[in-house]
Design a protein around this ligand. Sequence first.
Ligand SMILES: Cc1cc2nc3c(=O)[nH]c(=O)nc-3n(C[C@H](O)[C@H](O)[C@H](O)COP(=O)(O)OP(=O)(O)OC[C@H]3O[C@@H](n4cnc5c(N)ncnc54)[C@H](O)[C@@H]3O)c2cc1C
Length: 417
Amino acid sequence: MPFLNDQNRMWQEKARNVAEKVVRPLARKYDELQEYPWEIKQALAEAGLLGVWIPKEYGGGGGGVLDLCLVIEQISRACGGVGVMYCVNALGSFPILVGGSEEQKKHWLPKIATGEKLIAFCLSEKFAGSDAQSLRLGAKADGASWVLNGEKKWTTNGGAADLYTVFAVTDANSKSRRISAFLVEKGTPGFSIGKIEDKMGIRCVPVVETVFQDVKVETAQLLGGQPGFGFHHAMGTLDLARPGVAAQGLGLAQGALEYAMVYSARRQQFGSPVNSFQMIQQMLADMASQVEAARQLVYASATSLDRKLPGAGKMAAMAKLYATDTAMKVTTDAVQIFGGYGYMKDYPIEKYMRDAKITQIYEGTNQVQRLVVARNLVKETNALTQLLDAYIPREVQVGYNDPATLAAQKAAEPARS
Ligand SMILES: Cc1cc2nc3c(=O)[nH]c(=O)nc-3n(C[C@H](O)[C@H](O)[C@H](O)COP(=O)(O)OP(=O)(O)OC[C@H]3O[C@@H](n4cnc5c(N)ncnc54)[C@H](O)[C@@H]3O)c2cc1C
């Protein structure tokens, strides 16, 4: 990648090293065990990769969203599950970066950067998925404390994590200031892990229900110290995190493509390697082109966020939907190229397909990403109307048949009559 700078390449190289030496050889073991891979977490921590996105002043690596994406891509190329297990720490800690007080940043971020503390992000509930604002878990003020009651669904890293960013309703009557975020530590009385999910893919990382029964937390644990900003913190977090999910998809697609390239060179049928058949070549060419297009979009969206460019949110949604749809398409095609062997658990390729599916669902489904993109396009339309209106058929416009409107239009456009 000619446009990556030295810092970007340094993180990419470190991640590739851990991915090939530690992650790939252990991927199958932890997929089968469905257990948190502590030895892989240790290797990631020793390589300094757990703090890439955390500023240097808080003990991190001082990298940006692009650096984070490069690391996620390399890890996910070797194992999609480890890719998630790694980047959920970014998802959990972004709220602290986005909305935390200086004390909260100084206290938690250095511990997260070294891997001393793992973190999870608790937004979704049984009845609040895409419509995150409808969440029900409540927090009531009690003197200088808050008391949390309710449940969260799908908490990735739950049980393994030491710290949980929990979104709760603090003012049920407010529309814009309804939700606040709290930092809840593992071991707090009343906080427990409920159902542990049995998943199709990303099986090495736990996804659980988290239960809060009269969980008392201090005001110091209210994110940013002010109630009512939780939804703002959640949306700011998801904007920053979206390219990371896109990078998971990208890494999975790249990894599956590489397996398909090598397999199709080795596998012989009709006396020739299957990669000499034009239909297989067409599949490989399409897969490689889609992966490269996804890569450009992921890197561009991450760079737009790092540079705080206008339209970065729309780009992040585009990157998420395109790269993760590509992951599903390319991993499925890779299984096809492996033929019957692709369908068997003896070989790594079927796991890529299983791991890819979730990337289209979490952190905003791809339907929701399309909504985000479409809403942005509708907003941008006003600016284009002036330029293009004269070329749009008149009869499709409201009021065209109204005589007064027609007369006014005619009067305004003498040159065209
Ligand atoms: C393995 C896993 C890990 C997860 N990890 C976490 C985590 O760590 N923290 C966390 O907070 N959450 C997590 N989630 C939750 C995840 O973000 C949600 O599952 C996701 O946002 C979708 O919500 P839902 O499952 O309730 O689907 P729903 O919102 O019920 O959607 C059902 C279907 O309707 C579609 N749909 C919904 N609304 C619209 C609309 N307005 N227009 C068009 N289509 C729409 C959706 O795209 C989907 O196809 C995880 C989920 C899974 C499965």
